[in-house]
Design a protein around this ligand. Structure first.
Ligand code: DX5
Ligand code: ZN
Length: 224
């Protein structure tokens, strides 16, 4: 199980210090949302955040979630800046397989993101070309929303598709993750939990303790 704190939830005026606290809590897989104000109605983090993080903390795995209208345009730059995982929304390009292949050819892990309204079986033709699928459990664009009804059923469907195809892509869940839906998600096959305000941030004992606690509690379930 991978705890992937979404740094969109950090205090922006204290970003570096908070990233260090996450790393001290073994959370070295950081989820980085990039929003362009077109695909989603919000602007957030420039691509250079990846460079800043990877330069200062080379051991961090940078998991970039592109919420942009022209995902092809960012791949070269993200590679140059050190991104490790790059996912994009399945409806943000007509050439999904071309983009997945281009991300992989540059040595990065390639993923597609499904919004809550998108059919799970859309992933089926892509299984040979991707390393992970991000299942949105909220509509993308803003941190701090509630995990949507129906998400666990969708997770069941995706895990079933993975098993039936004998595929080994990872499943990441993003949006409104709390303790209860984390446990339920792991039981249904989730490998990566994108964590935010309900688990890691805004906890009274700080980010490091929250990460260590979450990792310990969830790994018990993941490896059961
Ligand atoms: C939603 C983002 C999420 C978000 C997760 O558009 O993709 O990564 O920041 O954090 P929470 O669960 O707190 O909303
Ligand atoms: Zn995200």
């Amino acid at each position: 199980m991978i705890n992937a704190p979404s740094i969109a939830n950090c205090d922006l005026l204290d970003l570096g210090k908070q990233i260090e606290e996450l790393i001290a809590g073994n959370a070295t897989f950081l989820h980085i949302d990039l929003m362009d104000g077109h695909y989603v109605p919000n602007l957030f983090f420039p691509t250079s955040i990846v460079k800043a993080i990877k330069t200062k903390y080379p051991n961090v795995i940078a998991d970039v979630h592109l919420m942009v209208s022209n995902p092809h345009d960012y791949i070269d730059l993200l590679k140059e800046y050190g991104a490790d995982y790059v996912s994009f929304h399945i409806d943000s390009t007509s050439f999904v397989i071309r983009l997945l292949t281009s991300i992989r050819n540059k040595g990065m892990k390639a993923g597609v993101v499904l919004n809550p309204s998108q059919k799970i079986d859309i992933v089926e033709p892509l299984i040979y070309y991707l390393d992970y699928v991000v299942l949105m459990t909220v509509e993308p664009g803003f941190a701090g929303q509630k995990f949507m009804k129906g998400s666990l059923k969708r997770l069941d469907e995706l895990d079933k598709l993975r098993k039936e195809a004998n595929a080994n892509f990872l499943i990441s869940v993003d949006g409104g993750i709390d303790y209860s839906n984390s446990i339920a998600s792991i039981k249904r096959g989730a490998d990566i939990l994108v964590t935010g305000i309900y688990t890691i941030f805004n906890q009274p004992d700080g980010l490091t303790n929250a990460c260590l606690r979450f990792e310990k509690d969830m790994n018990c379930i993941y490896y059961k």
